[in-house]
Design a protein around this ligand. Structure first.
Ligand code: GRF
Length: 222
């Protein structure tokens, strides 16, 4: 099977990016990060580009505003012929162009649709989870649509919320699951096993070798 070409979008520490690069190095991903696009010139995660020998494109959102921002991001994705766009702590909105519909995924550190939406990122999510008193949290991998944190859900994983949790301890438990779940979603995508049916994503059984060799999302209307 052709290796999927990934474009990873970051804004911060790049922990999720690092996990993907390590999985790639270990041969656990049928995919290759071909470009990293960062929305901040000073994002610590930018350093992983040089470390792993992956091209880095910085589109600094403080300088490149409005529609020019999306233009520049898509120019980079087009230039590197990206098959799947993987958001990894990317804090900017990116309207999904028709050519990329069903080809942009994100991971969110809660069980969506709970604790998502505007302003819900990083420790704020885990703080809100603790304040709500829920007993389980987790993470969600979903397709990105123009509605924030509301695209069709691909995979979710749960973790317990412990009585003495802080946002840090809960966040660490959730992140450990993220490190397992995101690669799993990418493997399913690469195998052509994800079919979007309205708001739902059906996970198809594994196909015999070669039958679904073209990595893509199957349309439910097909
Ligand atoms: C992860 O927790 C992920 O759920 C969210 O951003 C975090 C990774 O960002 N989308 P970073 O790598 O720490 O910047």
């Amino acid at each position: 099977m052709r290796r999927l070409r990934l474009g990873v979008l970051i804004s911060g520490t790049g922990r999720t990016l690092l996990n993907l690069l390590r999985q790639q190095q270990a041969g656990a991903l049928p995919a290759e990060v071909v470009v990293i696009v960062s929305s901040r010139a000073d994002a610590p995660g930018n350093a992983f580009a040089a470390q792993f020998g992956v091209p880095l494109v910085v589109v600094d959102a403080r300088q490149v505003k409005g529609s020019a921002f999306a233009e520049a991001v898509y120019a980079a994705l087009d230039q590197y012929a990206v098959d799947l766009v993987v958001m990894a702590g990317f804090l900017k909105r990116l309207p999904v162009r028709p050519a990329y519909a069903g080809r942009v995924i994100n991971i969110h550190p809660s069980l969506l649709p709970l604790f998502g939406g505007k302003g819900m990122y990083g420790e704020r999510v885990h703080q809100a989870v603790l304040e709500a008193g829920v007993k389980v949290s987790g993470c969600t991998v979903h397709f990105v649509t123009d509605e924030l944190d509301a695209g069709p859900i691909i995979l979710q994983a749960c973790v317990p919320v412990e009585d003495d949790d802080t946002p840090e301890t809960l966040g660490a438990r959730v992140f450990a699951e993220e490190c397992r779940l995101y690669p799993e979603a990418i493997r399913l995508y690469a195998a052509g096993r994800l079919r979007i049916e309205g708001r739902r994503v059906r996970i198809l059984p594994p196909a015999p070798a070669d039958e679904r060799s073209d990595p893509r999302v199957l349309s439910g209307d097909a």
